[in-house]
Design a protein around this ligand. Structure first.
Ligand SMILES: NC(=O)c1ccc[n+]([C@@H]2O[C@H](COP(=O)([O-])OP(=O)(O)OC[C@H]3O[C@@H](n4cnc5c(N)ncnc54)[C@H](OP(=O)(O)O)[C@@H]3O)[C@@H](O)[C@H]2O)c1
Length: 282
């Protein structure tokens, strides 16, 4: 690392981290860190890295993301999703660095019937969602001048664990699949988000700081998403629509977590594809 490198990315081995890496393998201004080199719960280690590379912007993709496991690992979820953000924020304030932090559609309770705007009231219903909201509040209550909290949803890519890869894997071993049809959201291509994040990193100022929603446009249920995945891959497997009740999980997901993306499109001049078109980019 040297001092020319100016955007520090956390959680580089995660899905979004790898999507950022994939787009920018030869970009010297990006410093990719992972849990072993930059553990966001280890302030001393983090500061040593900051002193070496003096970042202008941090993109925080690191998080405790296991929605069901968070229900029984509350302490760990808050340690990473709230205290980890606090640790990052303190360094950003001390080294005058901008912070782009990734948050989630699960800060909403899913009771809405129209896409959520940044100004809508949050009311997370899962431990994961509550811990992510706590991370947002750390930033919103701080004095940090330049920051963006980017809420995204239903990420998929060729990296890490995600619904897209799970469906393809299950199709290899099952004759029929059951997929829930009563949760709606925005499937989002992680590479599209990665591109947007890098653009925002260059345009972020104290004046445009705030919360933003980024997801591919148009709404889908997991059932719709599964059907589109199989259509793209010409996989001819029967998919049966089921309710969440028939498919119980430890964390109850919001029924409707569709995001309104118009603020990010307007402020940062980002054009966003529909989720169906975004799927063809993978
Ligand atoms: N995936 C989605 O559908 C989705 C939806 C909405 C919002 N988001 C948000 O988007 C962001 C990126 O998600 P993702 O899908 O890329 O998640 P991911 O694949 O689970 O990646 C998260 C990364 O964070 C790392 N990490 C965990 N604890 C850490 C620590 N203490 N210090 C440093 N790194 C740590 C993990 O490291 P290891 O690899 O070593 O475990 C992992 O590489 C997260 O903020 C998530 O909340 C995701």
């Amino acid at each position: 690392m040297d001092s020319n490198q100016s955007i520090l990315i956390t959680g580089a081995n995660g899905q979004l981290g790898q999507a950022l890496k994939q787009l920018n393998a030869n970009n010297d201004s990006l410093v990719f860190t992972d849990q072993s080199s930059f553990d966001i719960t280890n302030s001393a280690q983090m500061e040593a890295v900051f002193k070496k590379c003096i970042p202008k912007v941090v993109i925080n993709t690191a998080a405790f993301t296991q929605v069901d496991a968070a229900e029984t690992n509350q302490e760990k979820a808050y340690l990473i999703n709230e205290t980890g953000v606090k640790n990052l924020l303190e360094l950003c304030e001390k080294y005058n660095c901008k912070l782009i932090h990734i948050s989630t559609d699960y800060v909403f309770d899913g009771e809405s019937t129209v896409p959520y705007k940044e100004t809508d009231t949050t009311n997370p219903v899962t431990v994961y969602g509550k811990s992510k909201r706590a991370g947002e509040l750390v930033i919103l209550k701080s004095e940090l001048k330049a920051f963006a909290i980017i809420r995204t949803s239903w990420l998929y890519s060729r990296f890490g664990n995600n619904f897209y890869k799970t469906m393809l894997r299950l199709a290899e071993t099952h004759k029929e699949l059951k997929v829930v049809n009563d949760q709606k959201g925005n499937p989002t291509n992680a590479e599209h988000l990665a591109n947007a994040l890098l653009k925002i990193a260059t345009l972020l100022t104290p004046e445009n700081s705030g919360i933003y929603h980024f997801s591919n446009t148009g709404e889908a249920s997991w059932f719709d998403f599964a059907q589109a995945i199989f259509e793209k891959h010409a996989i001819n497997i029967p998919v049966k629509a089921v309710t969440s009740q028939e498919f119980p999980t430890p964390a109850k997901r919001p029924a409707y977590s569709v995001l309104n993306q118009s603020k990010i499109e307007k402020v940062f001049n980002i054009s966003i594809s529909s989720w169906k078109n975004a799927l063809t980019d993978l």
